[in-house]
Ligand binder design. Sequence first.
Ligand code: SF4
Length: 298
Amino acid sequence: MRCDKCRREAILFQRYSGLHLCRDHFLSDFEAKAKRAIRNYRWVSPGDRIGVAMSGGKDSSALFSFLHHLFEGRRDISLIGLTIDEGIAGYRKPDEVRSFVESYGQKWAGTSFLAEYGTTVDAIVSSRGDRLSCSYCGVLRRTALNRLARDAGVTKLAMGFNLDDEAQSVLMNILRGDTERLLRRNTPVPMMVTRVKPFMHIPEREVALYAYLTLGSVPESRCPYIHGALRAGVRDLLNDYTFHHPSTKYALIRVKEGLTAEDQVSAPPPYQLCPRCGEPSGPVCGTCRILDEVKKTD
Ligand code: SF4
């Protein structure tokens, strides 16, 4: 197959656009999409310190590398890698993430569930089973990451979420009937660092290809509790459907963007600060509730 833009050998066929792309045109298409997202959402401003949430996997490593190259000439914008170790044996490797970040001459900071909460995902699973491990882990990680970012002076928290992640989240919220999350806007909340997602319009397999072409092979470790995640089932369902309807994931993103557009929602969701831990939360602080539950069974 030949590239539709230059007739060189194509390395990718984008089913949703109908285009065959060679290496160079794929890289420029990819980076144009990420830059467009940053520009359209006004995600980066002069003076920003961007914290990149780093798991060590391909998505976050590619995002860090992309942002480093995008802003390396800008003295008014700084970058830092951030890692949370959930305490899952053999899964996270914070030292390797730190080395990766420091190889770019950038700073890194990390913390763990053990340091933040006195427990780990492994300990929670051994006392309560793994049925809710992802629900607990997600809430606790969000709080720990926000706190770590705030303490590091971060003004924008960059997440490696791709189109598949975003589309899955929209579909999960629909399937759960969670209208509060479906309608939640990315409005500034006191003490909550604003999240930005430069790869949110780029399919997962293109992020993997970009990571491979720019970084080489990035070793991926698999969380042993992933099978319990509702997301895993939704991912399979969505991938099956998208095989026949290639633009479905983009359609789901448009649903979310349409529902949360400025003129569609009259008031931001009711965030407040938890009286116990002082972190931003909904009416009931999910982090404190989980910690009470898991400590009861320790
Ligand atoms: Fe946490 Fe679930 Fe992700 Fe494992 S798969 S890191 S338990 S959210």
